[in-house]
Ligand binder design. Structure first.
Ligand SMILES: NC(=O)c1ccc[n+]([C@@H]2O[C@H](COP(=O)([O-])OP(=O)(O)OC[C@H]3O[C@@H](n4cnc5c(N)ncnc54)[C@H](OP(=O)(O)O)[C@@H]3O)[C@@H](O)[C@H]2O)c1
Length: 240
């Protein structure tokens, strides 16, 4: 039986991907701050779910929880890092900026490094990070979120480059670059090209199984990415 960890499994994409993994026969360690939601997952799949409540902003705790999971499951085949927060914060309210940095940058870096080091030791494993189309350019309403996703994108690419030093060639890094997906995070009505959660999860899981380096979800967001990469900043300033 294969073992996986999903960070940020209490809702949205992390929870949906956990259901796919369980169906596929994985044992899954699930994490997040909301204990009641973790317990709901456990009671639905008592034999395949291990729950560990954690707040990834508390990096020392993250390491403790990570080590507990590894000592219980022994080896880990797949780690999906889906935790994240997003605030529309045009006035730079500091508590929101700080929470975003502590979660999406500090906490996520800790998870990425723990995962990479474990896989290096095991000489196998697959790390999947959930980033965003937001990683490509800046934005005036949520600058810290866009910057944090750019950071994650670069970090995952760095880890991918680093796998060159792993002799077995059995460590894989995947970046899932999302457009808008219908979860609690995608607030507001009438969001452009909003992808239903079920459809997005199917595409994510397929990309994970193929061990893709980067996957746009849904696929047509690749077109937007292409346009975003070439548009000059003055035009972004004018049009958004
Ligand atoms: N939905 C979209 O349109 C969209 C677009 C681009 C990228 N993304 C990315 O997709 C990922 C998943 O988001 P989602 O759409 O599924 O939203 P979501 O339903 O809000 O899920 C976010 C998850 O992150 C966890 N989390 C947040 N802060 C945490 C912390 N400090 N410690 C531990 N866990 C924490 C939450 O659990 P607790 O609250 O229980 O801690 C929850 O399980 C995020 O990285 C997000 O940036 C989403």
């Amino acid at each position: 039986m294969k073992n996986a960890i999903v960070f940020g499994a209490t809702s949205g994409i992390g929870k949906a991907i956990t259901e796919f993994l369980v169906k596929d026969g994985y044992n899954v360690a699930v994490t997040g701050r909301r204990l009641a939601l973790l317990e709901t997952l456990k009671s639905a799949h008592p034999n395949q779910i291990l729950i560990k409540q954690n707040d990834i902003q508390e990096v020392d705790e993250v390491e403790k929880v990570f080590n507990e999971i590894v000592s219980e499951l022994k080896t880990i085949d797949l780690i999906i890092q889906s935790s994240g927060v997003a605030f529309i914060n045009p006035k730079f309210e500091w508590n929101k900026e700080q929470q975003s940095i502590n979660t999406n940058v500090l906490g996520v870096t800790k998870l990425y490094t723990l995962a990479y080091n474990l896989f290096k030791k095991q000489q196998f494993g697959h790390l999947v990070g959930i980033t965003s189309i937001a990683s490509i350019r800046g934005n005036r309403s949520a600058p810290v979120y866009f910057a944090s996703k750019a950071y994650q994108k670069a970090y995952l690419e760095s880890l991918y480059i680093k796998t060159k030093t792993i002799k077995t060639k059995k460590v894989f890094i995947t970046e899932i670059r999302l457009g808008f997906v219908d979860t609690d995070m995608a607030f507001g009505d009438g969001i452009f090209w909003l992808v239903p959660l079920e459809k997005a999860t199917k595409q994510i899981y397929s990309a994970v199984k193929q061990k893709k380096r980067v996957a746009y979800i849904s696929k047509r967001w690749r077109l937007i990415a292409w346009a975003l990469k070439i548009v000059p900043a003055w035009l972004l300033k004018k049009a958004t």
